[in-house]
Design a protein around this ligand. Sequence first.
Ligand SMILES: NC(=O)c1ccc[n+]([C@@H]2O[C@H](COP(=O)([O-])OP(=O)(O)OC[C@H]3O[C@@H](n4cnc5c(N)ncnc54)[C@H](O)[C@@H]3O)[C@@H](O)[C@H]2O)c1
Length: 424
Amino acid sequence: MNKKLKVVLIGAGNRGITYTDIMAKYPENFEVVAVAEPIKSRRDHVKDRHNIDEKYCFEDYKPLLELGKIADIAVISTMDREHYDATMQAIGLKYDVMLEKPIAPTASECLEITKSAKENGVKILICTVLRYTAFFNKIKEIIDSGTLGRVMAIDHTEAVGNIHQTHSFVRGNWGNSKRSSSMLLQKSCHDIDILEWLIGKKCKKVQSFGTRSFFTRENAPSGSAEYCIGGCKYGESCPYNAVKLYLDDKKNYWFRSTSTREDAPSDQTVENALRNTQYGKCVYKCDNDVVDHQTVNMFFDGDVTVTFNMNAFSTGDRTIHIMGTKCDLYASMNGNDTPIRIVDLITKKETVIPVSGKDGIVGGHGGGDEGIVNTLYDYILDNYRGNRVPEIEESCYNHMIVFAAEKSRENGTVEDVDKFLADL
Ligand SMILES: NC(=O)c1ccc[n+]([C@@H]2O[C@H](COP(=O)([O-])OP(=O)(O)OC[C@H]3O[C@@H](n4cnc5c(N)ncnc54)[C@H](O)[C@@H]3O)[C@@H](O)[C@H]2O)c1
């Protein structure tokens, strides 16, 4: 018979509910036994979904952790700046932890969490969910099979999308780095991580450029209103009109629940959010400070050169072009059936590999959300035999590449990652 793993959830927001809703589909594997979440409707969602006794439902993680270790796994999915304290306490209680990315917003906190996890002998699985998608697993399999020859260079783009950018990184939770972290850390640590995993070698040097150049007050159309709902004269033509995006589009549960911070938002609560929070503000007049476009150049062991490009100015996509000595590979993860195309450099023969059907893009993050929850089960029980789960040291090193890239972007330098680490 399966061992059932007990889970406590700290932070029942979008991510925490996503993971524990998936766990509810596998009751033979997981039992969510406690929740800490200050927002009642979110806390109640988890309580009801998992039949949790009221005495194990808390408004804050501290009283939950004061109970001692009452489960096998702590899922920690609070906001970036709230990861450190809860994670350190959970590690101290010897919980295995599934921790949302980024590990923490500063390099020193990431290193401390990593050190403490090792000292306490606990597992920490960071939610770099792209590793669990059929799309990137197929690409990894192709690289490791040698089909491409020696990988020489990669060109990878995370086109966040203009609407997603304004929702999350202008108006939303991650627009201001003082409340969250840098764009590269909070959004693109996924991409830096996946590149390191695909290449299977260490990044030695890094250099970055990037600015916030478009979503700024100077670019606001002349005479535009502060809040869209006040009747801005650009309301009809502006793609970022919050009334259309949040109030009129009833199907966009993601936008409506994030803006209201409610589990079941009504039109009234959405309207309140548009009148009283940044979700209703003109995208050129928010307090955002994170970049809206950024490039990172990386030089890996084995002389592999990599260019990563994050930007807001697209409809949203991830594309990767891998150049090997025998073949090159091009693939786009656009949320539907997305074939991988391989072209032989000598014969010019093209091979198209479908990533669809049962192996394809199902559920959030191209199937990555479901994938990580399933992998978590085997990983915690020491039954996992694949190559996609990073040890915490590997996740931490990949975060260090990000911190070094940010140092480069701020100072106009080229950073040696090992030296950057040693200097810390
Ligand atoms: N893996 C991914 O692809 C991915 C995607 C989006 C976000 N994230 C990361 O996941 C984390 C959560 O993001 P989200 O979108 O779910 O945010 P969210 O705001 O929806 O959820 C965070 C929750 O934590 C709760 N919280 C705040 N203080 C608390 C406390 N003291 N005790 C318990 N709960 C508390 C909040 O009320 C909120 O409901 C962030 O670190 C974010 O960067 C990861």
